[in-house]
Design a protein around this ligand. Structure first.
Ligand code: SAM
Length: 238
């Protein structure tokens, strides 16, 4: 996806891009490729593909959710900053926590945030099931792309949310997503959570499937959740 295509496809989902945002994305791309030359962050380094599969794919969630307000956002398993850093570039009012258990990735993110001059962003090197201990019920939004299946993300993510907050899960195939939703049918009432929106669409250019699922937390989460990661994996909430 060339830059002009990127701009045009963003217009189609009602996202305007300014010169400042384009220049931040360019710096992001350059630093991603530079860091990736010695430390593996992503297998995608071709510029057109990074703009498509990382930058556009990350911002595509803005067609399903209004990020323009002052919201406190947690990106679980953000990796090299997707979608969290891209959302922050386009929606600077967000207060963002980038969480990843991989130290090499969080080191990259700390440098990146400084290089881009982004404010109100905290990078945390930890596992979600540990970081939750001091951070229950404290975020407006928890978002995650390509980290785990929906049942796992529900159990890890919902306890972080304030009552009324939203968990946003970014997935690929709608068939897999539907299967995962079916498997998490019983998880939702246990976590006092409802599915409020599901949207499938095609990623431009390569026409691969994408699905965005949004859940709403309706009540305080029982303190026994999340269970240990081992238990979450072995015995999904059913
Ligand atoms: N979200 C990024 C993206 O879409 O490019 C990265 C996806 S990568 C496949 C999954 C990331 O999640 C890895 O960087 C891994 O370290 C992190 N991760 C997996 N489980 C985690 C957990 N329980 N807590 C924190 N980070 C986790």
């Amino acid at each position: 996806m060339k830059i002009n295509e990127f701009i045009n496809y963003l217009k189609e989902i009602n996202v305007n891009v300014t010169e400042k945002e384009l220049s931040l994305l360019e710096k992001y791309y350059e630093y991603l490729v530079e860091y990736n030359s010695h430390t593996n962050l992503t297998s995608i380094t071709d510029k057109d593909l990074v703009y498509l599969k990382h930058f556009y794919d990350s911002i595509s969630v803005a067609q399903s959710y209004d990020f323009t307000k002052e919201l406190k956002v947690l990106d679980i398993g953000t990796g090299a900053g997707f979608p969290g850093v891209i959302l922050k570039i386009f929606f600077p009012k967000l207060e963002l926590v980038l969480l990843d258990s991989n130290n090499k990735k969080t080191t990259f993110l700390i440098n990146l945030i400084e290089k881009l001059g982004l404010e109100n962003v905290t990078v945390v090197n930890d596992r979600a099931e540990n970081y939750i201990k001091q951070n229950r019920e404290s975020f407006d939004i928890v978002i995650s792309r390509a980290v785990a299946n929906t049942a796992i993300l529900l159990e890890l993510g919902i306890p972080f949310l304030k009552v009324g907050g939203n968990l946003i899960v970014m997935k690929a195939s709608s068939e897999v997503t539907n299967k995962e939703l079916d498997n998490s049918k019983n998880t939702l009432p246990i976590l006092k959570t409802k599915l409020i929106n599901k949207k499938s669409f095609l990623l431009p250019v390569e026409n691969s499937q994408r699905t965005i699922i949004i859940f709403k937390k309706n009540d305080v989460t029982d303190s026994k959740y999340p269970r240990s990661y081992d238990k979450i994996l072995k015995k999904p909430l059913k």
